[in-house]
Design a protein. Structure first.
Length: 255
């Protein structure tokens, strides 16, 4: 079952239609359709179901087996055009990454911007903006290898934001973070959605309250889209925030 989202079509920054996502020629996700506006969407599902692979397709790191991906009015679903369009318009934060030895935080962000084609004063300005957005200013001159887990995650987000993407995609962004770092990261992502679509894949149901606008559950090659966290939990809009027990029950029902 794949319910379409309720965001008006003219507000879509990115739209996936009928995507089939495969790994090693084995289909993982079939007929995936979703439009993204200025919002935070959580992608849930068991290990091995295809969450990371789907994120990589949306980020232009893999090609879909079938279907189309649109950025605004631009179709970008095949070959080099797909990868180029996606990488210009998407910022991707993988779950696992290593800092670049010998570079400071500022230099690491600038290097990411250079890889996206920024140069000169535009690169300097974009680096400063991304560092500020990701709340890295206090440690911008620190070696990237000397950061805490939360600080390094913010560095990765700054690198993903440096080219001012339309879509920010994060794979397990709160993994290995302590509760304070998780709260700070959630606040950062809530701020980011004012100018960017945000998609997070997570196993941590505690990430959902006070952050996500919609929930997508991947299960057995299908996807279910819930237009609000309340809908996901079976609550009426305006009721109290769902408890951890309610979230777990909702997740189990959706699988």
């Amino acid at each position: 079952m794949n319910r379409r989202a309720a965001v008006p079509s003219e507000s879509k920054l990115i739209r996936a239609t009928g995507l089939e996502v495969s790994r090693d020629r084995r289909p993982l996700v079939r007929d995936f359709s979703l439009g993204l506006g200025h919002e935070v969407v959580a992608l849930l599902g068991p290990n091995g179901i295809g969450k990371t692979t789907l994120l990589e397709v949306l980020a232009g790191l893999r090609h879909p087996s079938k279907g189309s991906l649109n950025f605004g009015s631009e179709l970008a679903n095949t070959g080099a055009l797909y990868s180029i369009s996606a990488r210009k318009r998407v910022g991707f934060v993988p779950q696992f990454e290593e800092p670049i030895s010998g570079l400071s935080v500022r230099q690491s962000v600038a290097y990411a911007g250079w890889l996206k084609g920024l140069k000169g004063l535009a690169l300097d300005s974009a680096t400063d903006v991304a560092i500020n957005k990701a709340r890295c200013t206090a440690f911008a001159n620190r070696a990237a290898t000397k950061l805490s887990g939360g600080q390094f995650r913010r560095l990765l987000i700054a690198q993903a934001l440096v080219h001012d993407p339309e879509v920010l995609i994060l794979d397990e962004p709160t993994a290995s973070l302590d509760p304070q770092e998780q709260a700070e990261l959630k606040n950062l992502l809530v701020e980011a959605k004012s100018s960017t679509s945000v998609v997070i894949a997570t196993h941590n149901l505690g990430d959902l309250p006070n952050l996500v606008d919609r929930v997508v559950v991947l299960s057995e090659s299908t996807s279910k889209v819930f237009d609000s966290l309340s809908t996901f939990c079976g609550l009426d809009e305006g009721e109290l925030e769902p408890t951890e027990a309610l979230l777990q029950q909702a997740y189990s029902r959706a699988l």
